[in-house]
Design a protein around this ligand. Structure first.
Ligand code: GRF
Length: 198
């Protein structure tokens, strides 16, 4: 199975996934990494790993619909089995999400359904929560609201700041995303085996 990974910045989740594919830990290939920001650090990292990259700068489009159309066309060329959002900071139109329905995953740094949107760790600390975490979910048209596939919990320590907590959660995100993708990819492999049955 082939993955297209969408990023906007550092790309540490993308790198972890790509390494897992290269080592054989994850039975998939990263066919394409797309960034909506030309200066995304992760793009350089992807190139160094020999992965095909594309930049589709959202600033070059007049509307979300036009940006999403360009994204869709590029993805159609890559023909991924799964689209993996990894720190991709653009809200996608319902139209785009519908076209890739059930084939697009996102990682969100909270224990969904708690704290959709931004500043998740600061909000968890302010609320006095005992745990923060991250969730991998199927993307649905509503932001951070699609069905959750798996989650990881991380204890909040008394001395935690949003930054220190984010750092600890991020370490867990990498393993979580790889495991979730393993599950999705296995589902594909199983169903293709089944379809060969008489
Ligand atoms: C992660 O915390 C992810 O949960 C959130 O954005 C961050 C991306 O980090 N959606 P990276 O670009 O993968 O390093």
């Amino acid at each position: 199975p082939s993955l297209s990974i969408l990023i906007s910045g550092r790309g540490s989740n993308m790198i972890a996934i790509a390494k897992a594919c290269q080592s054989g830990e994850l039975q998939a290939t990263v066919g394409l990494v797309i960034s909506n920001r030309p200066d995304a650090r992760g793009i350089e990292a992807a190139r160094e790993m020999g992965i095909e990259t594309a930049i589709i700068d959202h600033k070059g489009f007049d509307s979300r619909l036009e940006f999403d159309q360009a994204l869709h066309e590029r993805l159609q060329q890559a023909r991924p089995d799964w689209i993996v959002l990894a720190g991709f900071m653009r809200i996608l139109t319902g139209q785009f999400v519908d076209r890739w329905q059930g084939r697009m995953l996102n990682i969100h740094p909270s224990l969904l359904p708690k704290y959709p949107g931004l500043d998740t760790h600061a909000r968890a600390i302010a609320a006095g929560d005992s745990h923060a975490g991250a969730s991998v979910h199927i993307v649905s048209p509503e932001l951070d609201a699609g069905p959750v596939i798996s989650q990881v919990k991380v204890a909040i320590e008394p001395e935690d700041t949003a930054e220190s907590l984010a750092q600890r959660v991020l370490q867990e995100e990498h393993a979580l995303y790889i495991t979730a993708l393993q599950h999705c990819v296995n589902m594909d492999l199983d169903s293709s085996t089944n379809s060969m049955l008489p």
